[in-house]
Design a protein around this ligand. Sequence first.
Ligand SMILES: Nc1ncnc2c1ncn2[C@@H]1O[C@H](COP(=O)(O)OP(=O)(O)OP(=O)(O)O)[C@@H](O)[C@H]1O
Ligand SMILES: [Mg+2]
Ligand SMILES: [Zn+2]
Length: 414
Amino acid sequence: MALYRKYRPATFAEVLGQRHVTEPLSAALESRGPDGSPDRINHAYLFSGPRGCGKTSSARILARSLNCVEGPTATPCGRCDSCVALGPGGPGTLDVVELDAASHNSVDDMRDLREKAMYAPADARYRIFIIDEAHMVTTHGFNALLKIVEEPPEHLIFVFATTEPEKVIPTIRSRTHHYPFRLLAPNTMRGLLERVVGEEHVAVADDVYPLVVRAGGGSPRDSLSVMDQLLAGAGPNGVTYDLAAALLGVTDQSLLDDSVAALADGDRAALFGCVDRVVQSGQDPRRFAADLLERVRDLLVIAAVPDAVKQSLVDAPEDRVDMLHEQAAAIPVGTLTRFADVLHHGLSEMAGATSPRLLLEVLCARMLLPASENSLEAMVQRIEALERGMPAGSGAPAPASAQAGAAQSAPGGG
Ligand SMILES: Nc1ncnc2c1ncn2[C@@H]1O[C@H](COP(=O)(O)OP(=O)(O)OP(=O)(O)O)[C@@H](O)[C@H]1O
Ligand SMILES: [Mg+2]
Ligand SMILES: [Zn+2]
């Protein structure tokens, strides 16, 4: 079974990185009015946020928490019939209906749902409808639901889950309690990955985690999928950095180090040499540009926050910290900012390009030829080059004889 299904959270406490959602929901579940009955349960909830962040899982947890015999409770007992049936891998119950709006979104589907919703629960406290991928429901479909969401019977609860909350029509949305889910921070993600890897009993090298965290882009499901693939391909030594880097198509650290050195020295020949290595080794030029942008970003953060690694603002193994500091010191901040800008724009141009290699070479030329551009950023780069005694037009190192004074006319060596 895929890791992300095997490790589906079963209680709010197990949903990581979403405390701004799970804490108020837990409080509402625990709350009781003067007569001892729950007094803060709403009839409709909207869970929104990026893919794979726990929306569907949380909708199920909410249903489980509401219908536990000891509930509503933030800590479902896990033993009662309802808890067992609604737990991960359980068969489900009649009273909790999950509807995938990606495939059931027509007016008829919604009318059908509306009729089913009128029945009292078969043998639970609430009848709960989880409408997953709710952005797929048509406007007509939502309108068919409107009345019952406006005036729901006492026992009825709707949970809408979607990546695009703006597509849920305002008349419905305004009747929900809206909980936005977020991407996970790198250290939270790492915690999740380490726990899962621990339970899978496979050795994973320390410097593999940052690669997986990056590849997952903050989405727990995507990150677990990446880790799943790595674990599946683990050799006798477990998952090593080389194995992971090769599988994920990550740019070799030393290639990035060499590129940064070339950029720091304004050495165009060396930089084009790096591009050639990218192409010769069969790597995707876009991937290289994206990884170089990440590196430039890391250097900018380190320049601003010296203990960025300790503060988890930059995810790097211990033995690379000194190297990153040296690199950050070697390139002035204004120049780094322009590199980031050029790479960022270049990446979006590369998206549909027929020859990404060509574009990558143009990008590299652009980074080291600020004189070819009259933007403010390019001007800052030229000034910073002058301050360092480099010819401002080329970004290349000044020949020993020509000092900064001759910069304007220096054509720049290559
Ligand atoms: N916050 C989280 N904490 C721990 N695990 C998580 C979290 N979010 C997602 N996961 C993992 O990812 C899997 C998928 O999560 P889920 O289906 O809840 O995401 P989703 O937000 O509904 O995604 P989608 O928008 O694609 O429907 C879970 O089974 C779990 O393994
Ligand atoms: Mg989902
Ligand atoms: Zn229970």
